[in-house]
Design a protein around this ligand. Structure first.
Ligand SMILES: Cc1cc2nc3c(=O)[nH]c(=O)nc-3n(C[C@H](O)[C@H](O)[C@H](O)COP(=O)(O)O)c2cc1C
Length: 317
């Protein structure tokens, strides 16, 4: 998620769940091929398994960008066919590509030919009036022939004109049954459903029908949601750490980032939601928000904020 799943959030999320897959923000092929590729491809080894999400449509550029991702150590290359923003449409990538299955298939084939890691797709269920099941299943069929075996389905359509990206994540209704039907029609493909899943019971219910669940906003705002993922879905017996332990484990990482000149706020903004629902959560958030941006702010700000969280739960929020 743009601006959210940067390497700081991903490092933090990985401390909560060792097993869930993490996805980068969408990175355009132009940014990788003509910009500061090192910056976009950087991640910490603890982030594995991690997928690089690409935005682009030109097959050669996609192939080159995928190769850079593989060389950087990513475990999967994912192509974005779901973003509806104007900027993305102007660059001819994201959701508008759902209308160009031939071009996307060429891009998938070019990427598959140039890397050994899986090439996957994240798509909507339709755009504008091109929203029939037949069009979607024809797209999935074509891309699977081109070599894509995993489809992440954001189970709502996108309107390319008239709705903002935010509205396009809220207004078009969720239609999980479309993702379920795809799984029935393409039993050999891996189908992962996305959109509006806010707790692990809902995820478990989806897993009766599909192979995986992707959680976006809720995992960001309430990252502790991820704490039970390993035990519940991966049979991992190790109990998850306490929330405070997550912070203790994060502190050395933050210190090394601060030492290389990263401002505290760039990392601390991602951890505001960790104590959601706990006594003291509001003060934790407020202390971080009010102090992290100050000049020379360091990990003391986080240690101080942690004092608002009482293990016995005696402090009111
Ligand atoms: C701030 C923000 C940025 C996003 N950026 C991306 C992105 O870069 N690539 C992408 O595939 N989806 C992006 N999305 C969409 C989410 O991945 C997800 O498909 C959508 O929010 C629905 O899932 P959810 O209800 O679990 O959040 C973004 C969503 C938000 C809120």
């Amino acid at each position: 998620m743009l601006d959210w799943t940067d390497r700081y959030f991903r490092y933090f999320a990985r401390l909560i769940s060792r097993r869930c897959w993490l996805y980068t923000e969408m990175v355009t092929t132009a940014a990788l091929l003509h910009g500061d590729a090192r910056r976009f491809l950087r991640f910490d080894p603890i982030e594995h398994p991690i997928a690089l999400q690409l935005g682009g449509s030109e097959p050669d550029a996609l192939a080159q960008a995928a190769r850079l991702g593989e060389q950087a150590g990513f475990d999967e290359i994912n192509l974005n066919l779901g973003c509806p923003s104007d900027r993305v449409q102007a660059g001819r990538f994201g959701a508008c590509l759902m209308r160009e299955p031939g071009l996307v298939a060429e891009g998938i084939a070019a990427m598959v030919a140039s890397v050994d890691i899986p090439v996957t797709v994240k798509t909507r269920i339709g755009v504008d009036h091109n929203d029939s099941y037949e069009e979607l299943s024809a797209l999935v069929d074509k891309l699977s022939i081109a070599g894509c075996r995993t489809f992440i389905i954001h189970a709502r359509k996108a309107w390319l004109k008239g709705l903002s990206p935010k509205e396009n994540r809220e207004i078009p209704p969720l239609r999980y049954e479309i993702a379920h039907r795809l799984k029935q029609d393409f039993p050999n493909l891996e189908l992962i459903v996305n959109g509006g899943i806010t707790n692990l019971d809902a995820a478990a219910a989806q897993l009766e029908r599909v192979d995986g669940v992707m959680i976006g906003r809720e995992a960001y705002h309430n990252p502790w949601l991820l704490a039970d993922v390993d035990r519940r879905f991966h049979g991992d017996e190790t109990p998850p750490p306490e929330r405070r332990q997550i912070i203790q484990r994060l502190l050395p990482f933050i210190e090394s980032e601060l030492a290389s000149g990263v401002p505290l706020q760039r990392i601390s903004r991602h951890i505001l939601g960790l104590f959601q629902g706990q006594p003291g959560a509001r003060r934790w958030r407020r202390h971080l928000s009010e102090n992290s941006h100050k000049k020379n702010a360091d990990t003391t700000v986080i240690v101080e904020a942690l004092r608002y969280i009482r293990p016995g739960g005696t402090t009111t929020d």
